[in-house]
Design a protein around this ligand. Structure first.
Ligand SMILES: NC(=O)c1ccc[n+]([C@@H]2O[C@H](COP(=O)([O-])OP(=O)(O)OC[C@H]3O[C@@H](n4cnc5c(N)ncnc54)[C@H](O)[C@@H]3O)[C@@H](O)[C@H]2O)c1
Ligand SMILES: *[C@@H]1O[C@H](CO)[C@@H](O)[C@H](O)[C@H]1NC(C)=O
Ligand SMILES: *[C@@H]1O[C@H](CO)[C@@H](O)[C@H](O)[C@H]1NC(C)=O
Ligand SMILES: *[C@@H]1O[C@H](CO)[C@@H](O)[C@H](O)[C@H]1NC(C)=O
Length: 389
């Protein structure tokens, strides 16, 4: 018998066995830590508020999740990435990798069974419901998509909250629920008469929430945002809608696309409105202020109460002013084309935000349009393909 051979073999298999044992230990440790992590989300913990952020891969939801994490909340994001970005979730995961801080669940809120399972397996203290489709123009072309993904999905979320005894809800609503009021500024008691499926779907969702909360001792805050712009001042997150949604896009997206030459220029539709310079007037609220309002709303939410608040600056800016700010912020002499009015646009929309100031000491701090756009442009410039680089 060859000694070297017979000694070599057991030696080798010993190494293999040792390696296998180490591997198994590693896998077990990983499994253990991941189950520990899941366990942290599945139990209420004294002093820790666990917030479900639906639509947390989207523009506003990701900024809200970032703020919640910064303020030591435990966050679960549910998003099916139909319009959001996994890249945004990855940024958050990198910033908050510790167990029990952030988890991402890929799921569709239209699937009641799945949503129920998520509520059964996680101990939520509150829900911030951002997930929605949110383009006025698209809503007039595909109304069912809006009633389904706004109204019906909100019902699914509410039913799951009821079944699992989650009592606090912060709901993303919109100034589009007011329609075309006769009087400006818009207060919370301005009658709601939405004029497009987006506004109507949001108004219906509000009504469902309000009716249900009356019977259920819930703590509800409905925030009606005006036109949201801007991005994280530290440049970690930005607004990156799907390219195919560009045509429905919002004015800030169009400004950046024009500055980058993706589109030939900006089209200003309507210069004969009864406003100082003839163009439409809107109230632009910076996303940093907006997420601040959400955190304050969460802190002020009270059982048996529904709080409804406008979230805006209270100051209207004309489209011409916006275009000037966009040119300065980007440093690009964007081509501007003046066209006739687009049907469905109304001359002037701006908020009276005094209620949220009175009751929650919230007011917009980022009121320099050019500065908000400059911050957003910085992210846009360094992320030419959105979160893909
Ligand atoms: N952006 C604005 O100016 C504005 C103004 C007023 C109100 N809002 C409201 O704010 C909320 C967030 O808007 P946003 O601008 O961040 O939009 P967004 O499209 O960037 O984000 C919405 C997110 O919801 C997710 N989502 C949609 N349907 C889903 C489903 N069925 N299941 C799981 N996830 C789903 C999308 O993937 C996306 O990540 C919306 O409710 C919108 O109506 C936005
Ligand atoms: C996201 O959810 C919608 C329903 O709201 C569904 O129609 C769509 O196919 C889903 N998308 C993905 C990528 O799962
Ligand atoms: C919304 O609902 C429609 C069904 O009406 C579906 O086809 C669509 O994929 C849904 N999701 C999104 C994100 O639009
Ligand atoms: C209200 O907010 C302002 C600034 O946002 C802050 O300086 C002030 O201390 C707050 N007041 C109260 C009573 O909390």
């Amino acid at each position: 018998m060859d000694l070297t051979d017979s000694r070599g073999k057991p030696h080798l298999s010993g190494k293999v066995i040792a390696a296998a044992v180490i591997l198994v230990i590693c896998i077990l440790a990983l499994f253990q830590s991941s189950t520990n992590n899941a366990a942290m989300f599945s139990r209420h913990e004294l002093g820790v508020t666990h917030v479900l952020v639906t639509g947390g891969a989207g523009y506003i939801g990701s900024h809200a999740a970032l703020r919640l994490l910064k303020y030591s909340y435990r966050v679960t994001i549910v998003d099916n990435l139909s319009r959001g970005n996994l890249g945004a979730v990855k940024v958050l995961q990198k910033l908050y990798p510790e167990p029990g801080r952030l988890q991402f669940i890929y799921a569709d809120l239209g699937d009641a069974k799945v949503v129920n399972k998520i509520f059964a397996e996680n101990a939520f203290d509150a829900v911030m419901h951002f997930a929605a489709v949110a383009y006025v123009g698209e809503s007039t072309l595909e109304p069912l998509r809006y009633y389904h993904n706004i109204t019906s999905n909100t019902l699914v979320v509410l039913e799951a909250m009821a079944a699992h005894n989650v009592k606090t809800l912060i709901y993303s609503s919109t100034c589009a629920t007011y329609g075309e009021p006769d009087k400006m500024p818009i207060t919370e008691v301005t009658p709601q008469a939405p004029i497009n499926p987006y506004g109507k779907a949001k108004k219906m969702a509000e009504d469902i929430i309000i009716d249900f909360s009356k019977t259920n001792d819930m703590a509800v805050m409905i925030l009606r945002y005006f036109n949201v712009i801007g991005s994280d001042p530290d440049g970690r997150l930005g607004e990156a809608p799907r390219p195919e949604l560009r045509e429905h896009g919002r004015i800030s997206g169009a400004c950046f696309d024009a500055a980058r030459g993706i589109i030939p220029g900006l089209k200003v539709r309507g210069t004969d409105y009864k406003t100082a310079d003839g163009t439409c007037i809107r109230d632009y609220i910076d996303v940093t202020d907006l997420v601040d309002a959400h955190v304050k709303a969460l802190a002020h939410a009270k059982r048996g109460k529904v709080g409804i608040y406008n979230v805006g600056t209270g100051k209207g800016r004309s489209v011409k002013e916006f275009v000037e700010a966009c040119k300065k912020a980007t440093g690009v002499d964007i081509k501007v084309e003046f066209l006739s009015r687009r049907p469905g646009d109304y001359a002037e929309v701006y908020s009276d935000p005094s209620k949220i100031y009175r009751e929650m000491n919230w007011s917009a701090q980022f009121t320099d349009l050019e500065e908000s756009l400059r911050i957003a442009w910085r992210w846009q410039k360094s992320h030419k393909n959105g979160y893909n680089g």
